[in-house]
Write a protein that binds this ligand. Sequence first.
Ligand SMILES: O=P(O)(O)OC[C@H]1O[C@](O)(CO)[C@@H](O)[C@@H]1O
Length: 188
Amino acid sequence: MNTDTLTNNNLLAILEENRQLANQINPQQIKVLVHEIKAAKRIFVMAAGRSGLALKMAAMRFMHLGYTVFIVGETNTPAILKGDLLLLASGSGTTSSVLSSAEKARSQQATVIAITADEESKLAVLADNIILVNAATKTDFGVSVSKQYAGSLFEQFTLFILEGVFMTLWQESGLTKEALWPKHANLE
Ligand SMILES: O=P(O)(O)OC[C@H]1O[C@](O)(CO)[C@@H](O)[C@@H]1O
């Protein structure tokens, strides 16, 4: 098999893995996230590595819709308080920085929602609500639900979930594309 064919087959395999996850998602868990985003005074997002990159992309879109969004760890991010939402993502559900953020947010009576691939993880237990993604985690070296490397499927699908949530919020807002445009960065 030549490289072009191999890459094309891999792309199709990646899309198929994501499609299967989309069919397995619990709509009630997504509904809770949509509700909590709307109800929150402010939204904080936090995750490590590639999971963090997925949340940063979503944070930008929520900002485009007019929500007040902070990325944990940025220098201008304030204290989380009661009435705020902390959105976390960790495939393993064991990443220590994510766990300590969840603990702090709970101690402040903020709402915690975690996207995770392990519903029995410490993170899942700490969170008020989870979105379960039946993907491989970064340490899933054995027989895996994904052919992809490490947590790739989880990280991709975290972004896809939040793209879907953004579209729902956008459609419900009734705002036009033009109305969102002034929120786009003009210093970049
Ligand atoms: O999603 P988890 O399990 O918290 O892992 C966090 C990150 O760690 C990494 O393995 C990088 O260290 C990324 O691939 C992953 O997004």
